[in-house]
Structure formats: structure tokens, C-alpha cells
Design a binder for this molecule. Structure first.
Ligand code: CP
Ligand code: NVA
Length: 303
């Protein structure tokens, strides 16, 4: 049966651990210049409705390194933009390509693609989740901290798509996750409840970033206004102003805390320039690891 990655709840802990192991192995292979092309002759379709730098290029590069071919499609240039139904598009694409990565607004549309397609469908970000991002982020936590067990991971800012995928990861892997979000911008209640149903970890939500980051091993933030929320940017800047990850906030965290951000970053908003460019920031390694993790995912789904 084909396997989709629509949310992190689709992946068992054992399979996630295998993905981390595989991603490190692929990273090492690449650093040593070892050619590894298990996806020769395979094609990855990439249907994107929203902007992307990292996810797009890391998936495309991952596919090329593995011997396969990525095909990028901007939704607005497809017949979807002229109302061809999702289910028709999904069935037709399934006749051409071996896997489909989608970046879109609605999680329901993504699910509709997955239901109608005969090929694996990967969530490359929706309004609700960004699962592949968090897989590569946990790879980065393992790289810098030696593992994810017993780590206090603190999310500061908007309870958004990236936060939701952290919540799912905490449930599956048993993470200690604290989210500090202002009132009205906390994670989706339904997503929280679902993650808590079979939760191996500890997930707490608070409104106080200083209390939350106490003894944190990882502090993570993301933009205050996600793609599609541009019109709320000004009002959100007011709401979130005391949620900036800056040097003063980090004083409350553990001495060897690492700072993560999925990028793109808005310096002076959710993160200060000093912290983003400072010694605790691992954001460039974090961005690199997206490519290694995407390779592991593509190999697992297609090889
Ligand atoms: N982190 C991330 O998904 O970046 P892009 O929007 O550039 O793909
Ligand atoms: N929360 C952000 C993540 C970008 C990678 C957004 O959805 O725009």
C-alpha cells in the first residue's frame, strides 16, 4: 500500500527513528562524495501553491542527488487554477509520476489529493502542518544535542502550522514540549486534543515566554504572520511584541541552549538579529538538514 505523509501522526516512532538514521547516513555519504542513486528513473512532482525557497530547492536537489527527476509545478500554471477538480488532477498525475509533494493552503485539499492519487503524497506545508520541516528539525536537535530524549524544547510565538507539527512529533516521539503563545494565538484545540490522545510525551501551553524557556535545551520560533496572513501582519506585531527570541529571553534558558527557526526569519520581529546571527543559532545547519531529511523521506517512499 502506498504511504502518504500528511501529518506526523501518519508515522510510527520506529519509522521516524529510521528516517533520522537514514538522513544522517545520507548526509555522511554526500559529505564523503559517495554517489547513491536508488531513485534512478523515478520522478517527483512538486505542486506548490505558496512561495518556497528551502523546501522546494531541498526536495529538488534531494531528488537529483538520488538519481531521480523533480518536476516543479506552480498551481497557478496548472488546470487546477481553471477549476479542474483535485481528484482528476491527482489521478492523471499518478499515471506520470512516482510521488507528489504538495504545498498548499488547505489540509483538506491535500487529503483529497492523497485519497485520489495512487502514488505517495507528501505534505510540503499547509496552513495546518509542516511535517517534513519538523523531521529535519529533530535531526538537527539530534546532531547538536546527541538525541531528542530528555530535551526541553520550547516554542515561542504563534501556535501555527510548524508548532502543530511539533505537537504531533512530541506525541509520537515522547518529547518534552512547551509552547509559549499569546492568548488567541495558541495551537488549534482540535490538533492538541488529537495529539494528546496517545501522547508519549509532555505538551504544555503557556502565555509566559520567560517562564517557558526556563532550562530550555532548544528554543524555536517562527514568523508571527504566516503565508496567507499577510493582512494581519501589523496587528500581529502588536500582539506578539513580548514574544521575541532575544538575548534577554535566552538568559532564562540553559547555557548551552540552541536556537532554531525554520526560516524565512524576520529580524527584529520574532527573533533579534543578535540571536539569529549569534553562537547559539543553528539555523543554517537546520536549513541544510532539510535536504538530507528529504532524501531519507523520498527513498523511504519510493525506493
Ligand atoms: N522552512 C521552509 O519551509 O522554508 P521555505 O518556505 O523557504 O520552503
Ligand atoms: N509558518 C510559516 C512557515 C514558513 C516555512 C508559514 O506558513 O508561512
Amino acid at each position: 500500500m502506498k504511504k502518504d505523509i500528511l501529518t506526523l501522526l501518519d508515522i510510527e516512532k520506529e519509522d521516524m527513528d529510521l528516517l533520522f538514521k537514514k538522513a544522517f547516513d545520507l548526509k555522511e555519504k554526500q559529505k564523503k562524495g559517495i554517489v547513491h542513486t536508488p531513485l534512478k528513473g523515478k520522478t517527483l512532482g512538486m505542486l506548490f501553491d505558496k512561495a518556497s525557497t528551502r523546501t522546494r530547492i531541498s526536495f529538488e536537489t534531494a531528488m537529483i542527488h538520488l538519481g531521480g527527476t523533480p518536476i516543479f509545478m506552480s498551481t497557478k500554471d496548472t488546470q487546477i487554477a481553471r477549476d479542474e477538480p483535485v481528484r482528476d488532477t491527482a489521478r492523471v498525475l499518478s499515471r506520470y509520476i512516482d510521488c507528489l509533494a504538495i504545498r498548499t493552503f488547505s489540509q483538506d485539499i491535500l487529503s483529497e489529493f492523497a485519497e485520489s492519487a495512487d502514488i505517495p503524497v507528501i505534505n510540503a506545508l499547509t496552513d495546518l502542518y509542516h511535517p517534513c520541516q519538523i523531521l529535519s528539525d529533530i535531526m538537527t536537535v539530534i546532531e547538536f544535542k546527541g538525541g531528542y530524549e530528555n530535551m526541553k524544547i520550547v516554542w515561542v510565538g504563534d501556535g501555527n502550522n510548524v508548532a502543530h507539527s511539533w505537537i504531533n512529533a512530541a506525541s509520537v516521539l515522547g518529547l518534552n514540549l512547551v509552547l509559549a503563545c499569546p492568548e488567541g494565538y495558541k495551537p488549534n484545540q482540535g490538533i492538541m486534543e488529537k495529539a494528546l490522545e496517545n501522547c508519549r510525551g509532555k505538551i504544555e501551553v503557556s502565555e509566559d515566554p520567560f517562564e517557558a524557556v526556563k532550562d530550555a535545551d532548544v528554543v524555536y520560533t517562527d514568523v508571527w504572520a504566516s503565508m496567507g496572513q499577510e493582512g494581519e501582519h501589523t496587528s500581529r506585531k502588536r500582539v506578539f511584541k513580548s514574544y521575541q527570541v532575544n538575548s534577554r529571553l535566552l538568559e532564562a534558558a540553559s547555557n548551552d541552549v540552541i536556537v532554531m527557526h525554520c526560516l524565512p526569519a524576520h529580524r527584529g520581529e520574532e527573533i533579534s538579529e543578535e540571536v539569529l546571527e549569534g553562537s547559539k543559532s543553528v539555523v543554517w545547519d537546520q536549513a541544510e538538514n532539510k535536504m538530507h531529511m528529504h532524501k531519507a523521506i523520498l527513498e523511504a517512499l519510493m525506493a
